[in-house]
Design a protein around this ligand. Structure first.
Ligand SMILES: C[S@@+](CC[C@H](N)C(=O)[O-])C[C@H]1O[C@@H](n2cnc3c(N)ncnc32)[C@H](O)[C@@H]1O
Length: 212
């Protein structure tokens, strides 16, 4: 009798655990909309957007660290914003993204609506050289993907607004043109930042965590 009760108890716990795992895997309506959007562009490269694999790198950093206060410099038509905002929809966060070109921002707004992520994104139009200085922060995640000659200055302006434990990422760092080398030399030598380069793509993404 005692053995039978134990077996039934184990079966009950197992079914609870299986049910829990299954619940974790079920996609929400939002997940389906985002995936449909991203899948429709998976083999295309338009408007200087990040690739699918690069977007996944950004998504994973946010999920793994539970970041909630994100800033993107260089929206273009919003593909990286969609990856970032999708992760933020799971951590309970918000994204501010900056774009200087009105037509690209307009298209980005349409893409955000199509992906179902408009509520998670504040898409600001203007010159990031000024906007970055004006934004109060704090941020725990930054993706720099606009004018490369300004990468180092963006980092300098945002360093005081980046929380300890936060992450500053930058795109195209494997192509040492414009200001990329100056930025990388600066951030890699910074005593309070730990930097690695993700080489998933040919472009490369630098990933710098603020240690203290
Ligand atoms: C490489 S694209 C961004 C791609 C986007 N992050 C994505 O993966 O979907 C760079 C964008 O930065 C914008 N940009 C360049 N200089 C800027 C500035 N000073 N302020 C704001 N946006 C700028 C460009 O208009 C362009 O749309």
């Amino acid at each position: 009798m005692k053995k039978k009760v134990t077996v039934l108890f184990v079966l009950f716990i197992t079914s609870l655990f299986t049910g829990f795992c299954y619940a974790q895997q079920v996609d929400t309506e939002l997940d389906k909309r985002v995936k449909d959007f991203l899948d429709s562009y998976r083999q295309k490269w338009v408007d200087w957007n990040v690739t699918y694999d690069e977007g996944l790198v950004l998504y994973n950093i946010i999920i793994q660290n539970g970041y909630t206060k994100a800033l993107e410099i260089g929206t273009s038509t919003g593909h990286s914003s969609i990856w970032i905002a999708w992760a933020l929809s799971k951590t309970g966060g918000q994204l501010i993204t900056l774009e200087i070109d009105p037509a690209r921002r307009e298209k980005a707004l349409k893409n955000f609506a199509q992906a179902g992520l408009s509520d998670y994104i504040d898409a600001q139009l203007g010159d990031a050289h000024q906007l970055v200085k004006q934004l109060p922060g704090p941020f725990d995640f930054v993706f720099s993907d606009a004018d490369k000659v300004w990468y180092k200055q963006y980092f300098i302006d945002l360093y005081p607004k980046l929380e300890v434990g936060g992450c500053f990422t930058a795109h195209n760092v494997r192509n040492p043109y414009g200001g990329i080398k100056e930025f990388l030399d600066f951030v890699q030598a910074h005593p309070k930042m730990d930097t690695t380069i993700d080489t998933t793509s040919r472009s490369g993404i630098s990933i710098s965590y603020k240690r203290e």
